[in-house]
Design a protein around this ligand. Sequence first.
Ligand code: ATP
Length: 372
Amino acid sequence: MAEVKLIGVWKKFEDVVAVRDINLEVRDGEFVILLGPSGCGKTTTLRMISGLEEPTKGKIYIGEKLVADSEKGIFIPPKDRDIAMVFQSYALYPHMTVYDNIAFPLKLRKIPKQEIDERVREVAEMLGLTELLKRKPRELSGGQRQRVALGRAIVRRPQVFLMDEPLSNLDAKLRVRMRAELKKLQRQLGVTTIYVTHDQVEAMTMGDKIAVMNNGALHQVGTPTEIYNKPANMFVAGFIGSPPMNFLEATVSEDGFVDFGAFRLKLLDDMFELIQEEGYVGKSVIFGIRPEDIYDALFAQVKVPGENMAKVFVDIIENLGGEKIVHLKADDLMFIAKFPPESLVKEGQEIDIVFDMKKIHIFDKTTQKVVL
Ligand code: ATP
């Protein structure tokens, strides 16, 4: 087991900056998710950690070992980094049995036959593959193949697992199951794991920490709860959560309200103090609130007329069974709320809604960074 450290890491492909100045510390035994939209540089970052790609600039440590340093010209190849990778495509050898696929990395390392046999059987047991050891990959389901690919990584007992969207070829139901299995397995083995995905649910459910990337840069690193509740900027706030956070332009008034034109909401005292200190009074800001933090007034616990309530029109309702996604309108403002299935609101109706003012966010309009 080992920690992984990236210090000021950059990767340029001719004129494309794929990764810019990434600093990341993954602790021993930690499960860290690299999360971000397509093309944000996740895979390139993982490939640099694995040694499949050389950083243009910066240093990478795996454990105590400096495996890449652009200044000193150090670049250790993948086979000497003591890592194991699992990819989206399982990359199994089609002509080999499950047993031989799992045993392969050990055979390459010339480990004695007896030990290979013990280790393959132990891993097969752990992954529920014992009955399938004699089969060829084509005789397996997608989930079983992915388990064989995991087995091949685990059997080596590496210091670090690197995984690139390993579940994305599985159907939705199997993905949910494998998500839980993989998380359990990682805890059991305690091996430092770096896992790339663009799926926010995967990131929220599996990661000890999430590192959110966009445009080659790292925007925030934190626990799933931190990332969800205290996003550092509008990108992170908007990327996590479904439906995403509402962003509404507003002005902060001198008497402590956020003014949207169509209605006003009173800021909590400590929030207003902070906004005053930061110099945002009288200025235009971006107000952020998650759909689940806007309530149908009939179901709200704390409603204070004139302070946290507003009258709005119900535009569209999407009934998902377990919840209702309600599109609301007030003059030009449009936003989304998530109501419980019992809510009786109807399209075209005027209703009262309540904002949970403890859960709001204020962002700087220019920098898009969080103010509170
Ligand atoms: P995805 O989720 O789609 O795989 P990603 O976040 O993993 O995306 P990367 O594959 O790391 O993103 O790519 C980051 C950027 O670098 C993209 O703009 C991509 O086009 C570019 N890029 C990646 N590899 C190369 C390469 N070998 N040559 C040139 N450009 C590349």
